[in-house]
Design a protein around this ligand. Structure first.
Ligand SMILES: [Fe+2]
Length: 454
């Protein structure tokens, strides 16, 4: 695989790294922050420290940096941004190494997502790295392996089932474990309670998973390790592989890998599913519905980042009895970073929230009717991954807020914007003015203090 495209576009403009770690208090606000919002907005993304070679840079390999805002009592008490101290970065910074051991002794700084789970704040990345645990104030504590119960690496994308209170992930490890991935379930005691080894050929890049009440979904799609690139020493050796048969696996949550039902999938790549759920048709057939943002191809001509084609919102209906997947494109609009109400994970739901990648609008799509509602953040202002936060006494998927960081494409400081989900077209409920840019990154979370306390 040869590409003449460099990684320069992933180091410039709104993706350019920031160079300082800031701590600021009592942030200026336009509007009123809802008083019941007590917790932290957190976001992770690549922010390479020091000089990097744009010719070899891959966006997915920049050092992780967390940005965070703490809300309480209608105030934005602080903003912080901190690099995640993987072992390598700590050494480059001249600091003590983080505590704990990273699986297979990697020194990478997780750069893809940040979650709160049962009292812990975790920075995450896929492909062979242990989670890094952070303090409430975003300082690195060290690598964690869930009290010694995680047998391998972890993933960037987890699914938390609000009913069973299980954290699910599908994990793969490059290059040490080339022949399988692992479905991992973590309990509220922060210990791994179930691991299922799933044999796979070709070492596909599995960025995310889906969950229904019955199944964990495993995306075996045609972005795989390219042996030629791996042998040449590429740090990111994944590329499109026309010979890899796309399929999605339905792993029964309470069974073994022998019980997986593999279904032929459309030829595409999926970083991010929205949500999935079980359905029963009128004739009694059990099916799975999954909504996702799908690219026609990935890492085919651009081997430094993902923006060579546009992701479209689609619905797959998976029939386990026939092993088939039917696909409906819900929208041709370029959109990704999908989220939804966290109370409906793995269950039938109505609203998908996405970011329109070309215009920067925040979009809500009614997945039952296809109707969309947009919030236009203004000229040159781009909304990143939107997060839905349900109102404490809210009963439906409209009752809450949408929280999204909005970047100024002219390199002005970012804003953390809170929209009323009941009417996203209105002016924001609040705009929290951050002291600097938040470079285009990947994923974040709203972590209430009830999940991780100060
Ligand atoms: Fe992702």
């Amino acid at each position: 695989m040869v590409s003449s495209v460099t990684g320069r576009k992933y180091l410039e403009g709104s993706r350019a790294p920031v160079t300082e770690e800031l701590t600021t208090y009592d942030l200026p606000i336009t509007g009123q922050i809802p008083e019941e919002l007590e917790g932290r907005w957190l976001r992770n993304g690549p922010n390479p420290y020091g000089n990097v070679d744009p010719n070899s840079y891959h966006w997915f390999l920049g050092d992780g940096m967390i940005h965070g805002v703490r809300l309480r009592g209608g105030k934005a008490e602080w903003y912080r941004n901190r690099w995640v101290r993987g072992k390598d970065l700590a050494e480059r910074l001249g600091e003590e190494p983080p505590s704990g051991e990273c699986f297979r002794n990697s020194g990478f700084s997780p750069n893809t997502s940040v979650i709160g789970h049962s009292g812990h704040t975790l920075a995450l990345v896929e492909a062979g790295i242990s989670p890094v645990s952070l303090t409430y104030e975003l300082e690195t504590i060290g690598y964690t392996n869930f009290e010694g119960t995680l047998p391998g690496a972890f993933t960037a994308h987890t699914k938390f089932d609000p009913v069973s209170e299980e954290l699910h992930g599908v994990c793969y490890t490059y290059p040490d474990i080339p022949d399988r991935v692992q479905h991992v379930v973590v309990g509220m005691d922060n210990r791994v309670k179930k691991v299922t080894d799933v044999p796979l050929d070709g070492m596909p890049m599995i960025h995310d998973m889906s969950l229904t009440e019955t199944y964990a979904l495993i995306y075996d799609l045609p972005v795989c390790v390219d042996i030629e690139m791996a042998m040449s020493g590429k740090r990111f050796p994944f590329a499109w592989n026309d010979d890899h048969q796309p399929r999605v696996g339905l792993l029964p949550r309470n069974e073994t890998a022998e019980d997986i039902i593999w279904c032929e999938a459309p030829s595409c790549y999926v970083f991010h599913p929205v949500n999935a759920f079980d359905v029963q048709t009128n004739d009694g057939t059990n099916q799975v519905v999954v909504d996702l943002c799908r690219f026609d191809r990935m890492f085919y001509s651009d081997l430094h980042g993902p923006f060579e084609s546009i992701p479209k919102l689609a619905r797959w209906t998976i029939d386990p009895t026939t092993g088939t997947v039917s696909e409906d494109i819900v929208s041709e609009q370029s959109q990704d970073f999908p989220t939804h109400d966290p109370r409906v994970v793995a269950r039938k739901y109505q609203y998908a929230y996405t970011s329109w990648l070309d215009l920067g609008h925040t979009c809500r799509t009614d997945m039952e009717t296809g109707e969309t509602i947009l919030h236009n953040h203004g000229e040159g202002r781009f909304g990143a991954e939107p997060l839905f936060i349900p109102r404490a006494d809210g009963e439906n998927e409209e009752d809450g807020w949408v929280m999204v960081v909005v970047n100024d494409q002219n390199n002005g400081p970012a804003e953390l914007v809170i929209l009323d989900a009941n009417d996203m077209t209105k002016e924001p409920v609040a705009r929290i003015h951050l002291p600097q840019r938040v470079p285009d990154g990947f994923h974040g979370s709203w972590v209430p203090d009830t999940v991780v306390s100060p």
